[in-house]
Design a protein around this ligand. Structure first.
Ligand SMILES: Nc1ncnc2c1ncn2[C@@H]1O[C@H](COP(=O)(O)OP(=O)(O)OP(=O)(O)O)[C@@H](O)[C@H]1O
Length: 232
């Protein structure tokens, strides 16, 4: 068993992260561990640094100080090309507004990461249709995102995040723009898909109902995570 497959070693781990935007500190020594296959909620008040932490963990933002390790690789030591590859193959992301491409059909939105990864059109389309079905979006493959409800659009965004079989899904306020019924449907679908595929989920939310889907919760305040979760 390699080191990062050992259950005691976190899949993704951050230590001592700091990040400032100009004079505004967003992170002040934040750290956490995400274990393979777990759903971890990061909660806390607005401005406490949750999104910035998620962006650092996903390799989207480089922290000013501190380390992020994914499966034994230090992200800071990786060239942009490797980070891009990780984001395409190992990581999936969903934001508050699904960020689907408005000009593409629902199916093509979900197929896109597979096409970018080199899969043929027919296979990518078929796999996209399977994932849309798993997320309860049926018969809407030919629609454009603008024709969907908010909840449907988020389930399409989840299908797109999971279609490549990522090991980590980063979800930043995935229910932030939804009413409570649509939130429940989105979270049920996300939790089930993550369990079935074995993906870990880093779930940023300020909503207790959404955080309740997680196995574990850590809370942020003023750019730090309390309590610091440390795996020995
Ligand atoms: N791109 C940016 N430019 C300037 N300041 C930023 C930027 N992103 C975040 N900040 C600031 O960094 C701090 C932390 O923001 P962040 O979005 O990480 O917190 P959050 O807990 O996710 O907040 P929210 O729940 O409101 O999204 C805030 O003071 C915010 O204004």
């Amino acid at each position: 068993m390699s080191k990062h497959e050992d259950a005691a070693v976190p899949l993704l781990s951050a230590r001592g992260l700091t990040k400032a935007y100009g004079r505004t500190p967003a992170l002040r020594g934040a750290g956490l561990d995400l274990r393979a296959g777990e759903i971890l909620a990061v909660t806390g008040p607005s401005g406490s640094g949750k999104s910035t932490l998620l962006h650092c963990l996903a390799g989207i933002v480089r922290p000013d100080e501190g380390t992020v390790s994914y499966a034994g690789e230090r992200l800071a030591e990786q060239p942009e090309r490797r980070l891009g590859e990780l984001r395409r193959t190992d990581f999936g992301v969903v934001f508050q507004f699904g960020q689907l491409i408005p000009e593409l059909t629902v199916r093509d939105n979900v197929a896109l990461p597979l096409l970018l990864g080199g899969l043929g059109r027919a296979q990518a389309g078929a796999r996209a249709a399977e994932w849309l079905e798993r997320f309860g979006v049926r018969g809407q493959e030919e629609l454009r995102p603008g024709e969907l409800s908010g909840g449907q659009a988020q389930r399409v965004a989840l299908a797109r995040a999971l279609v490549t079989g990522p090991r980590v899904v980063f979800a930043d306020e995935p229910t932030g723009a939804l009413d409570s019924l649509a939130s429940e449907q989105v979270m049920t679908a996300l939790a089930r898909a993550a369990r079935e595929s074995g993906a870990a989920v880093l779930l940023v939310t300020h909503d207790a109902q959404t955080a309740a889907y997680a196995d574990r919760e850590v809370r942020m305040a003023d750019g730090t995570v309390a309590p610091l979760e440390v795996t020995a």
